[in-house]
Design a binder for this molecule. Structure first.
Ligand code: C2G
Length: 131
């Protein structure tokens, strides 16, 4: 039984999110997703996500390829999350390439390519134009 762990904000869910979650799930038998908290996003980006954390967690938990979700409260806790969840593989998008290699001592670390041409930021810009 191989457990895969991945992280993300997953705000305004789009096809890039679905593709990486499906590919992450295909790396093992069970997919656990750490959904970044609103506070963590605020500290990184200076704004809250469009969808609050409880809704982002509920949306990700409802996906067929996802087995479990939890709230990622700090970027510094990745090692703890990997150990607590007994993860065999950490999967991240290649926008994080190389950034999590230190966890190679705890589990396998894989970076998967992002989907080109779509992002939450560009979707928000498009929606604003229609508003
Ligand atoms: N993603 C993708 N293609 C896109 C957009 C996003 O494959 N066009 C992937 C990202 O690479 C990431 C996941 O979808 O693996 C979630 O993306 P974000 O919500 O932008 O997550 P982020 O804010 O980068 O995560 O510990 C990391 C934090 O949780 C932050």
């Amino acid at each position: 039984m191989k457990t895969v762990l991945t992280f993300g904000t997953f705000d305004v869910l789009h096809i890039g999110h679905i593709r990486i979650l499906e590919r992450a799930a295909a790396c093992g038998d069970r997919l656990i997703v750490g959904v970044s908290s609103d506070a963590l996003n605020f500290s990184k980006k200076g704004r809250n996500p469009i969808y609050p954390e409880a809704e982002r967690m509920a949306i990700i938990a409802a996906l067929r390829c996802v087995d479990e979700v939890f709230l990622e409260e700090s970027l510094e806790l990745k090692g703890e999350y990997i150990k607590n969840r007994n993860a065999d593989i950490l999967v991240m998008g290649n926008d994080w390439e190389g950034k999590f290699d230190e966890f190679n001592s705890l589990c396998e670390v894989q970076y998967l390519s992002r989907t080109e041409g779509i992002s939450t930021t560009s979707l928000i810009d498009t929606i604003k134009k229609y508003a």
